[in-house]
Write a protein that binds this ligand. Structure first.
Ligand SMILES: Cc1cc2nc3c(=O)[nH]c(=O)nc-3n(C[C@H](O)[C@H](O)[C@H](O)COP(=O)(O)O)c2cc1C
Length: 438
């Protein structure tokens, strides 16, 4: 929710530090202390925006812990976005993506940690009311914290809570000075205010509050949408998967929605698949993409008939056959099927069977690497997949049904679609149990 403002920003802006605040402790009357300090300093006028460092809000709200930093970060994290060395970037339950989930050891007594306020927009509204009443002024409040930017060196302050201000100024649909209609511009004014205030607050000078004067056009009577409006919804986040979770994003998905799969997403996933390592500098991977309902139905019907005939001939009961057939059913429910195929023409031939088998193994493992790349890339696109053995057990039938070139060997079939539900949590696995350290 954003408000559209017709007016542009003001011509002049003043940022004034609020000094003289005592060290804030749990239970402090923060609104009273800030109001007194502001009135003794720059004063408070209608249209002023008070910018308050989240650290003192947290301290007043008792969000100070003694204990282990890593445990505190884990407790505050809903999703690890990236990890490198000792640095963890995580998403907090507020939706904020921050280093160490906002857990901070600076500007607090040794051995203590400060967590973010539980509800920064709610805290901003409480302060707006408390300070506004004491000052008799119509003010806005922004609560800030320091954040890094993935593509820029250095940190800036951003708004994590806000009340009584327009957090995003929406220019979409307005014309620029050349008459071009702006398509995407939304000014994150609450973040700009937070950064401007940081220029006078300073982390080492003990000035946690500043007054921004001159932006009365952004101050509103109602609490407004708060800084929550600045959190990009997951579906609009092109960088949702961080480096920590790309490789684990793939899960076998067996239920799909009816939404079609974009051909461009499949093309990108195949582009990722064909970067797999392969023996003899070969490129042995091919992909039959079954876009038409008819091609999918033909393949699945032909395979079903072949499995039933095979299993019956092997003496399986009707119930055993039904159970095995059910394993392939996710393919029926998928809006797209990709049949990965191996072309092992580059394999060397040797006089002995053992070396020929090793040679084939090299191509098979390369195919597995390519398919894993495909599945991970589909997951990055937000698509679910299920790689099902299927065609491996009836290669000729599948190849005939699809009319594949003679040297294409089907390596299962991958059902692809938009997942009907989020995947369950992964079972915990200890890498040590899978590793022999020599
Ligand atoms: C070669 C191969 C064949 C598979 N065949 C089937 C299958 O016939 N039916 C099925 O539901 N899943 C099949 N799977 C998926 C596995 O059941 C799945 O990978 C496993 O349960 C682990 O879950 P995850 O992929 O979410 O980690 C197959 C996986 C591979 C690699």
């Amino acid at each position: 929710m954003t408000e559209r403002l017709v007016t542009a920003g003001s011509a002049q802006l003043t940022v004034l530090p609020v000094t003289g605040l005592p060290e804030i402790t749990t239970g402090a009357d923060l609104a009273g202390l800030i109001a007194a300090a502001a009135l003794a300093g720059p004063g408070l006028q209608d249209g002023d925006i008070l910018v308050i460092t989240s650290k003192i809000v947290s301290k007043a709200e008792g969000r100070v812990l003694r204990g282990d930093r890593e445990s505190a970060i884990r407790a505050e994290t809903v999703r690890v976005v990236a990890r490198r060395g000792p640095t963890t970037i995580s998403q907090t339950r507020h939706g904020l993506v921050m280093a160490a989930a906002g857990v901070d050891e600076s500007n607090t007594a040794p051995g203590t940690l400060v967590l973010l306020p539980v509800d920064p927009d709610g805290s901003a509204e409480t302060l707006r009311k408390g300070i506004g009443e004491r000052a008799g002024a119509r003010i806005g409040v922004v609560i800030t914290d320091t954040m890094g930017r993935p593509w820029r060196a250095g940190q800036t302050d951003s708004a994590i809570g806000a009340a009584g201000i327009v957090p995003l100024r929406d220019y979409r649909g307005q014309a620029d000075t050349f008459g071009n209609v702006l398509q995407v511009t939304m000014a994150a004014v609450a973040d700009e205010i937070a950064s401007a205030a940081d220029l006078v607050k300073g982390k080492t000078t003990g000035v946690p509050v500043a007054v921004v004067r001159g932006l009365g056009g952004l101050v509103t009577d109602a609490a407004g949408p708060g800084a929550a409006a600045l959190i990009r919804p997951a579906e609009d986040d092109m960088f949702r998967l961080g480096t920590a979770d790309v490789l684990t994003a793939r899960r076998t998905v067996r239920e799909f929605t009816a939404a079609p799969v974009a051909p461009a997403a499949v093309r990108r996933a195949i582009a990722a698949a064909i970067t797999a390592p392969a023996p003899h500098h070969s490129q042995p991977w091919r992909f039959a993409v079954l876009e038409s309902r008819e091609s999918r139905a033909r393949l699945l019907d032909d395979m079903l008939a072949a499995w039933q005939a095979d299993l019956t001939a092997d003496g399986f009961t009707a119930e055993q056959i039904a159970r095995r057939v059910r394993r392939g059913e996710p393919l029926r429910r998928a809006p797209l099927i990709i049949v990965p195929c191996l072309v092992a023409e580059a394999a060397h031939t040797y006089p002995d069977a053992r070396r020929n088998s090793s040679e084939r193994t090299m191509f098979l493992v390369s195919m597995g690497a390519a398919i894993e790349n495909l599945l991970v890339a589909l997951a990055v696109e937000g698509l679910g997949s299920c790689w099902i053995s299927s065609t491996i057990f009836c290669r000729e039938v599948a190849a005939g049904s699809l009319g594949l070139p003679a040297d294409w060997e089907p390596m299962g079939a991958v059902g692809v679609g938009h997942p009907a539900a989020p995947a369950p949590d992964r079972p915990a696995r200890d890498p040590g149990q899978f590793t022999l350290r020599l």
